[in-house]
Design a binder for this molecule. Structure first.
Ligand code: NAD
Ligand code: UDX
Length: 454
């Protein structure tokens, strides 16, 4: 089969690489309107950092995996088209700030009808509002060539940083389709791709609307766990309880489970906030304001958590951060990715600058993206990938990203290089507080008692 993916981003790039790897007899092409991105996929430096990705791409590229800007040819030749374009939050017009911006999806659909010369299966890989398949079908069938398209929903559940592992060994693959014979055939063709390496019981088929909605719900439920725990971290700080102790025991209840209960500075990434806001908008649209308010609170707690982190820093550092140097350890929204979209580091850096602090950002993979995110603050922020350079003369370290390397540093050396009293604010509860306190630091974890020398 000829498989095409439109959109060579964090999802399209790795997903198609794994499909090409596992299905050597299918020809997989990934196209994008962004020529630099395609050039990077064809180079030695891939456009995204993802553990294990380079190896898979190197194995398949120019064998049965092709990255190209030739969208017309890709569409003409394809039997199955995965659409993996971005679906960000709308910034204008009706639903601004909540609804999904579907312009890229619709443009893709219009390219398909412009260049297609035969019937195709069109797979929604992007995360979309429920019932988008109906709109997509209407646009596609507005063609005057009498072409027929089967729409299939196949949302992607990979998480960045573990994308290859998640793709190679998914918890589940979800495929939604129409209940007509043609719809069922299309679902079976898409399922056949995954059956090459995924156990049949993990490949779940549903109707289109359940599939579209399940993706939004899965992200909302995961983000809700993080916000629930982060809200309790604030209460722990007031009461002397320890959030890690609380969640370790609560998570032992198999009905609750241990995963996604780690308190931190807040969730980031391109998906959680956007998808919850999309869910909120859908609830409002369908006349369910109470349900909308319930889910919106998950986002509010997330903003609150980042703001609270900076307020705690200010209070601990004698209510002034002016002219103080703060080393931000990490800028990516989580470890093992260079992605900084919606990273809590962005809001935290900006709030620190508002307090007239001097900020040095230190991250092993995310400095280019950090520079773009804080472009308007040029001159006020410094950047380095060397933690020891970042802490030179610093008053405090604020740990934002759970990169393993931050755990393994020589903190005695770091303490010696810093201004005194030296502070560490551990926004991920990553570091060994007792040890750092022993070295001389004033140590502020999240959701548990601080260890100070005052
Ligand atoms: P991305 O921004 O990294 O990639 C999208 C790509 O689509 C871009 O390179 C863009 O140039 C391209 N594009 C846009 N319009 C196009 C057009 N008309 N023709 C050709 N190419 C076009 O986004 P992403 O992170 O890969 O996310 C893609 C979708 O997958 C989103 O709907 C997202 O919600 C969903 N998703 C993302 C993740 C994740 O972890 N990033 C996980 C699951 C699902
Ligand atoms: C998420 C979903 O996990 C994935 O299934 C979906 O396909 C895309 O959205 P991603 O955003 O890549 O993936 O990362 P994820 O691992 O979910 O982390 C999201 C954010 O939550 C990160 O900022 C992370 O640091 C934070 N988080 C996660 C916590 O603060 N505590 C936790 O216990 C778990």
């Amino acid at each position: 089969m000829n498989i095409l993916c439109i959109g060579a981003g964090y999802v399209g790039g790795p997903t198609m690489a794994v499909i090409a790897d596992r299905c050597p007899d299918h020809r997989v092409t990934v196209v994008d309107i962004n020529p630099e991105r395609i050039a990077a996929w064809n180079s030695d430096t891939l456009p995204i950092y993802e553990p294990g990705l380079d190896e898979v791409v190197l194995r398949c590229r120019n064998r049965n995996l092709f990255y190209s800007t030739d969208i017309p040819r890709g569409i003409k030749e394809a039997d199955v088209i995965f659409v993996s374009v971005n679906t960000p939050t709308k910034t204008f017009g009706a639903g601004a700030g909540k609804a999904a911006d579907l312009q890229y999806l619709e443009k893709t659909a219009r390219s398909i009808i412009e260049y297609a010369e035969s019937d195709k299966i069109v797979v929604e890989k992007s995360t979309l509002p429920v019932r988008t398949a109906q709109a997509l079908s209407r646009v596609l069938h507005s063609n005057s060539k009498n072409l027929h398209f089967q729409i299939v929903s196949n949302p992607e559940f990979l998480a960045e940083g573990t994308a290859i592992r998640d793709l190679e060994n998914p918890d589940r693959v979800l495929i939604g389709g129409m209940s007509s014979p043609e719809g069922e055939r299309a679902v079976d063709i898409v399922a056949g791709i995954y059956r090459r390496w995924v156990a049949p019981e993990k490949i779940i088929t549903t109707n289109l609307w359940s599939s579209e909605l399940t993706k939004l719900v899965s992200n909302a439920l995961l983000a809700q766990r993080v916000s629930s725990v982060n809200s309790i971290s604030a209460l722990c700080e007031k009461t002397g309880a320890d959030i890690d102790q609380v969640t370790a025991v609560a998570g032992r209840d198999s009905r609750i489970g241990a995963k996604f209960l780690k308190a931190g500075v807040g969730f980031g990434g391109s998906c959680f906030k956007k998808d919850i806001l999309n869910l909120v908008y859908l609830c409002e649209f369908y006349g369910l304001p109470e349900v909308a308010a319930y889910w919106e609170q998950v986002v509010h707690i997330n903003d609150y958590q980042a703001a609270r982190f900076v307020r705690n820093m200010l209070a601990a550092m004698f209510n002034t951060l002016a002219e103080k140097k703060i080393a931000l350890f990490g800028f990516a929204f989580k470890a093992d990715t260079g992605d900084t979209r919606e990273s809590p580091a962005i809001a935290i850096a900006r709030q620190l600058i508002d307090e007239h602090a001097r900020v040095t950002v230190c991250d092993p993979k995310a400095l280019d993206n950090a520079r773009k995110d804080l472009r308007d603050l040029s001159g006020k922020v410094e950047y380095t990938s060397d933690p020891y350079a970042a802490v030179e003369g610093a008053h405090a370290i604020a740990l934002i990203t759970d990169w393993k390397l931050f755990r393994d540093l020589d903190y005695a050396r770091i303490y010696a290089a810093m201004e005194k009293p030296a502070f560490i604010f551990d926004g991920r509860n990553l570091l060994d507080g007792a040890k750092l306190h022993g070295i001389g630091f004033n140590f502020y974890p999240l959701g548990k008692p601080a260890l100070t020398h005052f």
